[in-house]
Design a protein around this ligand. Structure first.
Ligand code: HEM
Length: 173
């Protein structure tokens, strides 16, 4: 079972939650928003950076089937290990500007919003394409959204992001 399944059952799938997350992140980055309206090809890099900063999947769990040593730590067979995607995606050894939306500076570093290795997300290409196309369409038609009071967020475990996000915006002339 992967995180997407329980999330979808509760009506909390990571893709729509990420749509809202990119509104949260980009509401503070009006320049990037307007730049996508002028340069839609930039949406690819912007989405990658938003995925890094606000990954909908916060972590993944693993069960050690045998004794294993990883990064200097020993895990006995039967241990449960929780890998934090959020920590990895803000690792200062990997990202020049880990805590900010810095599209150009952080480009080229590896982010793991879709996991890594054998269980890498099967829907990653679809999710990326949908996010890019919706960002391009929204930036072309509306000005940068402004957050209004009343947002509600899931707790920072499992799938995270807003479940309710009141915004206001102006239509582009
Ligand atoms: C932006 C939205 C999404 C995010 C952030 C995301 C993230 C992830 C992550 C982190 C994993 C790895 C879990 C682990 O290692 O235990 C994963 C696995 C998986 N994802 Fe997604 N995912 C997204 C959308 C989708 C979509 C749209 C689909 C299907 C169309 C999908 C299908 C899967 C499947 C089947 C796996 C399990 C792969 C395996 O265990 O071999 N995901 N996803």
């Amino acid at each position: 079972m992967n995180h997407c399944e329980p999330a979808a059952k509760r009506g909390r799938c990571c893709r729509p939650i990420l749509d809202l997350s990119f509104c949260v992140v980009l509401s503070e980055a009006q320049d990037e928003w307007d730049r996508i309206a002028r340069e839609p090809e930039r949406a690819r890099d912007v989405i990658e950076e938003v995925l890094r900063l606000r990954s909908a999947a916060t972590s993944f769990g693993r069960l050690a089937l045998q004794d294993v040593e990883l990064g200097g730590e020993r895990f006995a067979a039967g241990s449960t290990v929780l890998g934090s995607i959020w920590s990895a995606n803000r690792d200062p050894k990997e990202f020049p500007r880990p805590e900010e939306l810095a599209v150009d500076e952080n480009r080229g570093s590896v982010q793991i919003a879709f996991g890594q290795g054998a269980h890498h997300c099967l829907g990653a290409a679809l999710a990326r394409a949908e996010l890019q196309e919706s960002l391009i369409a929204l930036a072309a038609r509306m000005r940068c959204p402004k957050l209004e009071p009343g947002a509600q967020f899931l707790p920072p475990i499992g799938i995270n992001g807003p479940t309710m996000l009141p915004i206001s915006f102006e239509v582009r002339a």
